[in-house]
Write a protein that binds this ligand. Structure first.
Ligand code: ADP
Ligand code: MG
Length: 568
């Protein structure tokens, strides 16, 4: 006799369900996309594990998804013949949120429906979205390779508990039946389901089938037939030719891949042939995911080998500083049994990563250098979302440093708003006659930088100064000292040499002033012996009486504060 066991959802799942049902309601049809995407993942997993266990396919080798409904019972069923789940897997996958960062997710929730809906999407908790329209869900599943008696039925009304029991299942795979809530009968129609599938899941690489519906002359109505038909195109999007793919299809594919609800900022599909052969479809999102700064954040590249899904989050395929990029890379050369360890060492992977990196930089350059206002605006918005991450590339990817430098944008004394819109080339174009350096000042915030007393002399002389206030800036500056032959020079360091910016008369005056203050300086040096290294007359201040500067070769005040904060 099969025993039925009742288990409680993890507390987070309960919270999530509550939230989901209320905040995603206006977008409820996405449940179908999520369940189909899970079915497609399950097929991918079987293809992958099936390489070592060909016997698991048995007499059911063609992987597919079937969507059907029962008007009288008011149910929709989505079935697949993919990998299926064992009892332990069902309990772990459909009772908890396994992903790391759950806590953080909950702290990020704002109560703003639009924003929270985006978070839920990014979080990838698709299965639970079925409860938006269903008040009871039954999952029948059997893992590939297990006998018929090891089928499992999972059932829940989404309120706090679920049941699991052993059942006899003739076929491997998973079948999910949703018992619709009151008022959701709209979904019980072939045309409705078909149109949602086409909208969200057209690119899914295995057939999504439904029963055909035909006009019956005798009954004078549409009648559902036994015969099945495929609803989607069912070829991998990236394998199709670019010209056959619409903008919407590209966008929809992205949304599926990334769980984003917004369109991507830009994308690129291309095939690379040569020493290594592969296809890459890469997207830059419009908005930063909530876990962009999470050190454990997984990368966004899915690796396929000859259309067989190999792994999610193949971090070796994209450098860290481009971790916001999502997409698919499909290689012809890598072995199907490739592991993360092998990836680490593979020369093919190195070639792929270099090519993917260049592709992304090219996409960004196209936006940054465009004359088109819309594209320029896209680059501005890219910079706001991801600029700080891109800066990491200055240190991380010295091979592409020149290209990345040109993509940098800074706040400057030239821009009232404090926005980061000034490129190094813009700065150089505005340099004063005789100026041969790029001046910058650092601060905890852009306002602190802007109000630095070090800037007084530059204001007076009308020389532009870059305002650096991002945490990574000082670190970044330790990796590049000049751009286009112009030295990067902190206005807060050492004896400021304004070079040809001061004229002969000024120089003379300065020398005389220094002489006349010599006594005072000596007394001050004595009084401050153990506190400062030197006391100097300065000409860089116009309003403030004095300021502290760090030595040419010393860590700047800001970097010192950072290191201290990090406990060093
Ligand atoms: P995600 O797909 O992002 O992991 P979901 O909430 O959509 O999150 O699904 C949770 C987990 O449940 C999946 O990772 C998978 O392990 C399991 N699962 C869901 N649907 C299926 C299915 N049709 N076949 C096999 N496993 C499934
Ligand atoms: Mg999913």
């Amino acid at each position: 006799v099969a025993t039925k066991e009742t288990l409680g959802f993890q507390a987070e799942v309960k919270q999530l369900l509550q939230l989901m049902i209320h905040s995603l309601y206006s977008n409820k049809e996405i449940f179908l996309r999520e369940l189909i995407s899970n079915a497609s993942d399950a097929a991918d997993k079987l293809r992958f594990e099936g390489i070592e266990h060909p016997e698991w396919y048995g007499d059911d080798p063609d992987l597919k998804i079937k969507v059907s409904f029962d008007k009288a019972a008011r149910t929709i069923t989505i079935s697949d013949n993919g990998i299926g789940m064992s009892r332990d897997e069902v309990i772990a996958n459909l009772g908890t949120i396994a992903r790391s960062g759950t806590k953080e997710f909950f702290t990020k929730l704002s109560g703003d429906q639009q924003k929270d809906a985006a978070l839920i999407g990014q979080f990838g908790v698709g299965f639970y979205s079925a409860f938006i329209v269903a008040d009871r869900i039954t999952v029948d599943t059997r893992r590939a390779g297990l006998p018929a008696k090891d089928g499992i039925r999972w059932e829940s009304d989404g309120s706090g508990e679920f049941t699991v029991e052993a059942i006899e299942l003739a076929q491997r795979g998973t079948s999910i039946t949703m018992h619709l809530r009151e008022g959701e009968d709209d979904f019980l129609a072939t045309y409705k389901l078909k149109s949602i599938i086409r909208k969200y899941s057209d690119h899914i690489s295995l057939p999504i089938q439904m029963n055909k519906e035909e006009w019956d002359e005798d009954k004078k109505e549409q009648v559902i037939q036994d015969e099945l038909e495929s609803i989607n195109q069912s070829s991998a999007l990236w394998a199709r030719s670019k010209s056959e793919i619409t903008e919407e299809q590209f966008a929809e594919f992205y949304k599926n891949l990334s769980h984003d609800y917004e369109n991507p900022l830009c994308y690129s599909l291309n095939r690379v042939e040569g020493r290594s052969e592969f296809t890459q479809l890469l997207y830059v999102p419009a908005r930063a995911p909530f876990d962009l700064w999470d050190r454990n954040k997984r990368g966004g590249i899915k690796l396929y080998v000859k259309r067989v899904f190999i792994m999610d989050d193949a971090e070796q395929l994209m450098p860290m500083y481009l971790r916001f990029v999502t997409g698919v890379i499909d290689s012809v050369d890598l072995p199907l049994n490739v592991s993360r360890e092998i990836l680490q060492e593979s020369r093919d992977v190195k070639v792929i990563r270099e090519s993917a990196t260049k592709r992304v930089l090219t996409m960004l350059e196209e936006l940054a250098n465009s004359e088109d206002e819309a594209k320029k605006e896209k680059y501005r918005s890219f910079w706001t979302e991801f600029g700080q991450v891109l800066k990491e590339g200055i240190g991380e990817d010295q091979g592409n440093q020149e290209r990345i430098l040109k993509l940098l944008r800074f706040a400057s004394t030239h821009i009232e708003s404090g926005e980061q819109t000034v490129s190094l080339a813009d700065y150089i174009a505005r340099m004063k006659e005789g100026q041969d350096k790029i001046y910058y000042v650092t601060g905890d915030t852009v306002n602190a930088a802007k109000n630095s007393p070090h800037l007084e002399i530059f204001r007076k002389k009308g020389v532009e100064v870059l305002l650096l206030s991002d945490r990574v800036d000082e670190w970044m500056l330790s990796f590049f000292t000049e751009f286009d032959g112009k030295h990067m020079t902190s206005v807060a360091k050492g004896g400021l040499d304004l070079g040809n910016l001061s004229d002969e008369k000024e120089k003379k005056e300065h020398e005389e002033t220094e002489k006349s203050f010599k006594d005072l300086l000596d007394r001050m040096k004595l009084a401050l012996t153990d506190r400062v290294k030197d006391v100097r007359v300065t000409f860089r201040l116009t309003d403030s009486p004095a300021c502290l500067v760090s030595d040419e070769n010393e860590l700047s005040g800001n970097l010192l504060r950072m290191l201290k904060a990090a406990g060093q």
